[in-house]
Design a protein around this ligand. Structure first.
Ligand code: PLP
Length: 365
């Protein structure tokens, strides 16, 4: 069997190459590159896709989260609860706003923030909870929203890995007070460069986010807020408009791949993720397993031509950049970082390839 990459755009991009080329030419000839009809169209399309009222394009997922926090006036002196197991951007967005990220342990089997652990971290300074829908599975939103309501907290969704994911039939983007999406190329919906969006149902907040991302301005050269420059380009919006038409198809393929893995892996030492069900419609940004001897398993697979990744090898509180947290302990986050392994999952991976990966996994002693 040839080398199996962890992920590849090749098959997906081959199928839409002509459309992308035509669109590139069209935007090129339009002589209009920022804040035009392509981004307007994408914002409308993406809001519709999410079943939400507003989508506001911005530079990347980190900016989307940061601007949401700013829009809700979260800043210095405030605390924001985030999961101990997430990508660094969730914590950095809080730092950018001036607030303090407070880590709360995740659930070892869902990998998402554990609602039962949230309340003991709430104090008078707590202003918000960022629920991350990690690996394409929504967080336990009813419980999170109940806690938030009880304590008067804002709930933001970090939906960077969850385009199209559902919770009790509702799509990510509508499960809190505002959501941040990333269109980093490797995400389920990816641009051909950086990109992001805020998805939100509150008109006032939508306008504020839009203003923040455009130098705090609505009318050119009039600045009502000290904003940022974080906009989604016309060319990326144009590409995303094309790719959005395929997102459901690509997500359905990922669901199929995930079900192959769940069906064929029978090594009892491997902890499998939970399948999609009526409550959780996963989009499988990552297919995440756990094994006690993860590093040996990873090497073994590499020798068989199977490429895997670890999400994430070093928890936030162990990072040099967060030295103020280095003496804190989060056993679940640490356990995940030592045992987690992400298997290849992408549009176009063949069933035989997945079966080969499963066979190798099952033979690992
Ligand atoms: C990718 C990602 C982000 C950040 O998105 P960028 O577009 O890279 O800034 C934030 N949170 C999570 C969970 C992510 O996976």
């Amino acid at each position: 069997m040839k080398n199996i990459p962890f992920s590849t755009f090749e098959i997906m991009h081959n199928e839409i190459e002509k459309e992308i080329e035509c669109k590139f030419h069209e935007v090129y000839k339009s002589n209009w590159f920022i804040s035009g009809k392509e981004v307007n169209k994408f914002e409308e399309n993406f809001a519709t896709y999410c079943g939400a009222k507003y989508a506001i394009g911005c530079g990347n997922g980190l900016d989307a989260l940061h601007m949401l926090l700013r829009a809700y006036d979260i800043g210095e002196g405030d605390e924001v609860i985030i999961p101990s197991n997430t990508f660094i951007a969730t914590a950095l967005a809080v730092i950018y706003s001036g607030a303090k990220p407070i880590l709360v342990e995740s659930n070892i089997s869902t990998f998402n923030i554990c609602p039962e652990n949230i309340e003991k971290s709430i104090n008078a300074n707590t202003k918000a909870i960022i629920a991350v829908h990690l690996y394409g599975r929504c967080a336990d939103m009813d419980k999170i929203n109940d806690i938030a309501k009880k304590h008067g907290l804002i709930v933001l969704e970090d939906a960077a890995q969850a385009h199209g994911a559902t919770y009790k039939g509702v799509k990510a983007g509508n499960l809190g007070d505002g959501a941040a999406f990333s269109f980093y190329p490797g995400k389920n919906l990816g641009a051909l460069g950086d990109g992001g969006a805020v998805v939100i149902n509150d008109e006032k907040m939508a306008n504020k986010v839009r203003m923040l991302g455009n130098y705090g301005s609505v009318v050119k050269y009039q600045h009502d807020l000290q904003g940022f420059n974080s906009r989604l380009d016309e060319i990326q919006s144009a590409f995303l408009n094309i790719k959005l038409n395929y997102l459901d198809k690509w997500n359905e393929y990922r669901e199929e791949v995930a079900n192959w893995y769940l069906q064929y892996i029978n090594n009892i030492e491997i902890e499998l993720p939970e399948a999609s069900n009526n409550e959780y419609g996963n989009v499988w940004h990552i297919f995440s397993i756990r094994h006690k001897r993860r590093d040996l398993l990873k090497n073994y697979l590499e020798n068989k031509g199977i490429n895997t990744l670890i999400h994430y090898p070093k928890p936030i509180h162990k990072q040099i950049a967060f030295s103020e947290m280095n003496n804190e302990t989060y056993p679940i986050a640490e356990e995940i970082s030592m045992t987690q392994l992400s298997l290849p999952i992408y549009y176009g991976i063949k069933k035989e390839e997945v079966q080969y990966i499963c066979k190798c996994l099952n033979e690992f002693k």
